[in-house]
Design a protein around this ligand. Structure first.
Ligand code: ATP
Length: 585
């Protein structure tokens, strides 16, 4: 398949905003794609090359991509930078520069989808010394043979800025339309994707095997399942009422990191909440699984928590950050040992348990997990009494937990869903105006005085999930330790952008922009209306967005969250309304 055809469809998609229209165009594109190239195409529409959990990262630094463009266009880097700054978009700059270059050229070789995909994959997989030069060469050669429109989308893809407005669920819809006879199949394909979140695999299976093929998709060791998530309510009474007064399960909510544990014989793989492989951070947890999980093959979920070596007490989430270091994990393992608190089992032996009710899964979990000092099924009670639940909540907090997760005993494991089958209850919902929230860093302001030479303040955004953009919510300048002030710029450096990154909405202009990547946790005294910030603009009052009063960094980076998992604008609006209600009485 010619990449020109793909690029021209991308151009169409980019100009559209209606979801139905987008789905139709995408369905046409899928239909005209040969079966063996469908998977690559599905990843590429998302600006990716492989499913997220394989960790193949494209995101080439801007500087390198612009150097390759300068080479291909035969221009100086200054000219290329000037075009980039003028357009504020690396793709449009490439299109313009390649148009001038190609004038008078009658013949260009023409790229195939396969060549583009294979080259990008090679670029992404290069690492180590000399890899920068190789990446540069590969990209320049691709651009050299590209038409201006192709160059536009290639540049956006390599820098991680291809934002076609095509969510993974839109690709699923389009596949249902193209291969399964329409919308009726939506539920089935979505379920298949949630238990096997590899878009390429799902689209290709739909094309090759139709409905039958998708029905056969089930939990599989090695392929992480999209996590079931919890809604929140602010009191035990509200929860009991929401669950219809039935007897429900209340479990400790531990303050650690969620791990999805895949075990096959002695092989153990660990996935984070956002389905990244994190096995190397927790080799000791993998050993615990091997020693204390009595199943040859299983998929389990647990909260991993750092514990005090001497007393066995739980330590706060921050202590797990030591595990994210590139070097020194060995040291962190002995300084900060961990315990595993198992809360679910999704597969045992050859049985996919995701369709079974909570009670059956919990029973199985208790059989499989040996209770030791470092491993256990998470503490749980069954109750229909708000008073009992409150009491258990106090125990949980005394034991160093955040609160409770209350679970519907009849609910299956709803992969990828945030519903009231799981409801979290935390203390802070009651005593503070706002819950801690997770925001995306989109900019930095240079510091003065003691903070000269680093950023003194950061600009943060909430995620508008309907419009798929990041909207500014607050500037935060407190809560940073000296160590944080030194670490954050280092973490953000690869995402620096000369211009306001695509998909970011902010009236405030920081000294340096960052592409949405890093998610940090912030607390605040309250939510306020703001004429400056763009989050929830016009939702509460015309011309006003929402902002935070006295925001403060908590010291937690949410590496386990993708930017799209950050607190959403809808959640902010809900919190604002809740706060108004409370203040109003
Ligand atoms: P939070 O920021 O509160 O951790 P979240 O958005 O990461 O929220 P939620 O679905 O809202 O995720 O809350 C559930 C999270 O709580 C899980 O992702 C898991 O990490 C953690 N957790 C701790 N104990 C339990 C438990 N017993 N059952 C389920 N999840 C638990």
């Amino acid at each position: 398949m010619d990449y020109a055809e793909v690029a021209s469809k991308y151009a169409e998609l980019e100009a559209m905003s209606g979801r139905n229209e987008i789905t139709r165009v995408l369905a046409d594109l899928l239909k005209s794609t040969p079966e063996d190239e469908l998977a690559s195409l599905a990843y590429m529409t998302q600006g990716k090359l492989r499913p997220d959990y394989e960790g193949v990262e494209l995101g080439l630094a801007e500087k390198l991509a612009l150097r390759a463009l300068a080479n291909a266009a035969g221009l100086s880097q200054d000219k290329v930078y000037a075009a980039y700054v003028k357009h504020g978009d690396i793709g449009t700059a490439a299109e313009e520069l390649m148009t001038s270059k190609n004038q008078g050229t009658l013949f260009s070789e023409g790229l195939t989808l396969r060549r583009v995909y294979d080259t990008l994959l090679r670029i992404a997989r290069q690492s180590g010394s000399g890899s920068m030069e190789t990446k540069l060469r590969e990209l320049a050669s691709l651009l050299n043979d590209a038409s201006p429109l192709e160059a536009k989308f290639i540049m956006r893809t390599v820098t991680g800025e291809l934002r076609l407005g095509v969510a993974d669920y839109t690709v699923l819809d389009a596949s249902a339309l193209a291969f399964l006879g329409g919308k009726g199949a939506r539920g089935l394909i979505e379920h298949a994707y949630n238990v096997h979140p590899d878009l390429g695999f799902i689209v290709a299976s739909a094309a090759a095997k139709g409905l039958k093929g998708l029905e056969g998709v089930s939990a599989e060791v090695g392929v992480p399942i999209r996590p079931m998530l919890a809604e929140r309510l602010s009191s035990a009474e509200a929860i009991v009422e929401k669950m219809g007064g039935r007897t429900v399960a209340a479990e400790y909510k531990l303050d650690g990191e969620r791990l999805q544990i895949h075990k096959e014989g002695a092989e153990v793989a660990l996935f984070s909440r956002r389905l990244e492989v994190v096995t190397s951070h927790y080799p000791d947890a993998a050993d615990l699984v091997n020693e204390h999980v009595r199943a040859r093959r299983a998929i389990l979920e647990a909260e991993v928590v750092a514990i005090n070596q001497d007393t066995g007490e739980y330590l706060p989430f921050q202590e797990l950050m030591h595990r994210r270091r590139k070097y020194g994990v060995e040291q962190a393992i002995s300084d900060y040992p961990v315990a595993l608190n198992f809360f679910d089992i999704l597969l045992a032996g050859t049985s996919d348990l995701t369709g079974r009710p909570y009670t059956a899964r919990r029973r199985k979990l208790e059989q499989v997990v040996e209770q030791t000092e470092r491993t256990r099924a998470v503490p749980k009670i069954s109750t229909s009494s708000p008073g009992e639940m409150e009491k258990f909540m106090e125990d949980a907090i005394t034991d160093g937990c955040e609160g409770l997760v209350v679970k519907d005993p009849d609910s299956p494991y709803r992969a990828g869903a945030r519903e009231f089958a799981w409801i979290k209850l935390k203390r802070e919902y009651r005593s503070e105006l706002t819950d801690a929230i997770d925001l995306v860093v989109i900019g930095g302001f240079h510091g003065r005085g003691r903070r000269a030479g680093t950023f003194g303040t950061y600009l943060l955004a909430a995620y508008d999930s309907k419009r798929r953009v990041f909207t500014s919510l607050a500037k935060v300048g407190t809560g940073f330790s000296d160590q944080d002030l030194e670490m954050l710029p280092r973490l953000l450096d690869p995402y620096e952008s000369r211009v306001k990154p695509p998909g970011v909405e902010s009236n405030m202009v920081p000294d340096v922009w960052f592409r949405p990547h890093l998610v940090i946790e912030v607390i605040a005294a309250e939510l306020t209306l703001s004429p400056v910030h763009t989050a929830a603009m016009g939702r509460i009052r015309p011309g006003a967005g929402i902002s935070l009063r006295f925001p403060k960094y908590t010291g937690k980076n949410r590496d386990d969250k993708a930017p799209e998992d950050a607190t959403t604008v809808d959640e902010i609006v809900e919190m604002y309304q809740g706060q108004v209600k409370r203040v109003g009485g």
